[in-house]
Design a binder for this molecule. Structure first.
Ligand code: SAM
Ligand code: GLN
Length: 327
């Protein structure tokens, strides 16, 4: 590990040598590394690029430029926050998710790449639902316009990532997003409004399926619920366990408590043939598939992998049996 100077950037000591872009970047990378940050160099670059209002590559063309005292004053507190292991995305206030650039911050889970694959699974199902039926002549070379009339429910919507991506990319007309966290719902509303989707995403506060009215039925129920087990708590990085909201992460002793309730209750919110799609934790997929198969009420239960090759998504269609919610 490289030695970190006792005095340096965060303490704002007067220095004879100017803090050029390159010197600031190298010093900050060493500083973050000494604090245990895994991607120290990259994070230092992102933070500096953010303050300078440049892309990372553009910044390389300005290596020798000294930072102004205003830029240094803006940079120091951001670097300190990251050194305390606050996630880079909270410090920058943003996270990319599929085609979206979402606002994130303390109080909301940072959307993960594996959840992009959950969106992909729902999209594939939705597009197949809305595909031209075999034998329909749409005219040579002309694509039939996709009716965008499906509805969805995103349970534990967090930043709104799943619902907003599906509204943007898929044949969906409307989503309802629910969450127990007021902070999450606040951020989801900001993201929704920034995308001009306020007419198409309705946010409701409440636990699990409780905010859904008894006569409401959706084409899709999708959720990335909290699923980390008590046993796995110790394996989480400080960025996660010390900073992200516990209610977004932990799903009881075996991690499956929220998932069990969703599998039991989602049918009453689905139209016959509608899709339930859940993200699950490592090693949970088979147990969750078994839960869906157990009552004989779901059909076409499938396990799908994320881009890292891990079994990550469990999906099934609702048989249409007439159960009452909460029964
Ligand atoms: N959907 C977002 C995403 O994929 O980035 C956030 C997912 S995060 C893993 C789980 C979310 O569920 C959190 O926003 C949390 O507040 C919410 N949550 C936890 N327990 C809940 C419950 N019983 N009912 C509704 N939402 C819940
Ligand atoms: N994928 C997250 C993590 O392990 C957990 C999110 C969740 O519980 N849904 O860091």
């Amino acid at each position: 590990m490289s030695a970190v100077p006792a005095r340096g950037l965060p303490e704002a000591q007067p220095q004879s040598e100017p803090w050029t872009v390159l010197r600031t970047m190298l010093w900050s990378a060493d500083y973050l590394k000494a604090k245990g940050v895994e991607s120290a160099r990259l994070d230092a670059e992102y933070l500096l690029a953010h303050v300078l209002g440049l892309g990372r590559l553009e910044m390389y063309l300005q290596h020798e430029r000294p930072l102004t005292s205003r830029e240094l004053d803006e940079f120091r507190p951001l670097l300190k926050r990251r050194a305390k292991r606050e996630p880079l995305q909270y410090v920058l206030g943003r996270q990319a998710f599929r085609s979206l650039d979402l606002k994130v911050g303390p109080g909301v889970l940072i959307p993960r790449p594996e959840t992009e694959q959950l969106v992909q699974v729902v999209l594939e199902w939705a597009r197949a639902e809305r595909a031209t039926p075999v034998g329909v002549d749409v005219g040579a070379g002309r694509a039939r316009p996709e009716p965008a009339d499906l509805t969805g429910l995103d349970v534990g919507t967090g930043s709104g990532a799943i619902a907003l991506a599906l509204l943007t990319e898929g044949p969906f007309e409307r989503f309802v997003g629910t969450d127990v966290s007021a902070a999450a719902l606040g951020l989801a509303a900001l993201n929704r409004d920034a995308l001009g989707l306020n007419e198409r995403l309705e946010l409701r506060a409440g636990g699990l399926l409780e905010p859904v009215q008894s006569e409401e039925r959706f084409d899709v129920v999708v959720s990335n619920p909290p699923y980390v087990s008590e046993q796995d708590r110790g394996a989480l990085a400080p960025e996660i366990v010390d900073w992200e909201p516990a209610e977004a992460l932990f799903g009881g002793s075996d991690g499956l408590s929220v998932i069990r309730s969703l599998v039991a209750g989602a049918g009453a919110c689905l139209r016959p043939g509608g899709l339930l799609a859940l993200e699950v934790g490592l090693g949970q997929a088979k147990a969750v598939a078994a839960l869906m198969e157990a009552g004989g009420l779901y059909r076409e239960v499938q396990i799908r992998r994320d881009l890292a090759g891990k079994e990550r998504i469990v999906a099934a269609t609702w048989s249409g049996s007439n159960i009452e919610r909460g029964a």
